[in-house]
Design a protein around this ligand. Sequence first.
Ligand SMILES: NC(=O)c1ccc[n+]([C@@H]2O[C@H](COP(=O)([O-])OP(=O)(O)OC[C@H]3O[C@@H](n4cnc5c(N)ncnc54)[C@H](OP(=O)(O)O)[C@@H]3O)[C@@H](O)[C@H]2O)c1
Length: 395
Amino acid sequence: MTAASGQRAMNLPVAEFQPTAENQPATGIVTAFSATETAAMDAALEAALRGPRGANPLVGAVVVDANGRQLVTGFHRGAGTAHAEADAIAQAAAAGIDLRGSTMVVTLEPCNHCGRTGPCAQAIISAGITDVIYAVDDPHDPAAGGAATLRGAGIRVRSGLAAGEALELNRHWFQAVAAKRPFVTLHIAQTLDSRIAAEDGTSQWISCPESLADNHGLRGRIDAILVGTQTVLVDNPRLTARDASGTPAGHQPLRAVMGLRDIPADAAVRGEDGRVLHLPTRDPREALSQLYTAGIRHLMVEGGSRILSAFLTAGLVDELIVYLAPTLLGSGTPALNGLGISTLAEAQQWEWDQADGGSVRSLGRDLRLHLRPQHTESLEPQPLRAGAEPAMGGY
Ligand SMILES: NC(=O)c1ccc[n+]([C@@H]2O[C@H](COP(=O)([O-])OP(=O)(O)OC[C@H]3O[C@@H](n4cnc5c(N)ncnc54)[C@H](OP(=O)(O)O)[C@@H]3O)[C@@H](O)[C@H]2O)c1
């Protein structure tokens, strides 16, 4: 993903963004950017990929000086941590780098709200940065409006550089925000032959300790974890985030159980903190709606087979993490029990996700595979229309 050309043409209403043929980048609105600015945006897009997907988008920021030298690079490490702009500014402060008079190039409009990490627009103003270039508007209502705040402080603000790449970087996050539903990560711990439990129902543990630790790390930063009623009845899981010694993590996800049957009174998932939610439905959309209303913005779906299949069939998965154990069972519960596909032309296509440590990693004896749904329409901005008026928009 690069902003290879210094010309980028797109001003999409991001909050409404859906990947259809109709909303391809506009050809008439053009903003010119220098090679230095374009190179900085490339570096910011690369940096963004180092962060994890989830409730917040991947964002990268690079600060360049008047000579085009890249001074510092920041990225967002996930919900509750510093935003990319604040990360870059903090690094500069730690290294004694003066950012006054510099240009910040960032993949998303700087935020304007006092959330868990403070408004980035204010941090940029305080750092003395005089120019800001961002790729796409922030569609998230509480955070939007950063560009206006920056302009109000006399900062020159331009947008639209590498907008197509920036939308693509967070395509599923934008869709989840627009649909007002949680971002959904689907987790599968399976054998080489795609089994998540043996014939007798045993499934603990298919994954090696390193994979389990990775999964618990993920549990420690999501908002909620969801399983089907059958998994609760068969496995009686706690669904908490714990370290290898069993010590609970500081942050615990809400535990959600989906299905019409009641959760047994003595089920471990009930825990002692009361943070369990029964979703008496078999409709994934309804489950997501209830979770969104409960404040959940990042959900991890852990299984079993029918629940995984229901979310995949509904096209409601934004990220797929598969822990693949070098184990064969030959029989038992398959990871999926049907996606309504009868011919190869209907197959769901996925692509390798390079974010957050890459698409394939070794974890102990397992492999961790990281994917996201493939899209069919190109988001590449169209070539400039002959004779198009460059509109230096956004000052
Ligand atoms: N290796 C792993 O990562 C992993 C993780 C979790 C589970 N597992 C294994 O998976 C197995 C359980 O899988 P499973 O498929 O039998 O059960 P499941 O997916 O955990 O739960 C299925 C139940 O959920 C309810 N449900 C809710 N929405 C549904 C929908 N759209 N379609 C169908 N059912 C829906 C139904 O119960 P109601 O009648 O209550 O509505 C259904 O019986 C267990 O052996 C467990 O060990 C493995």
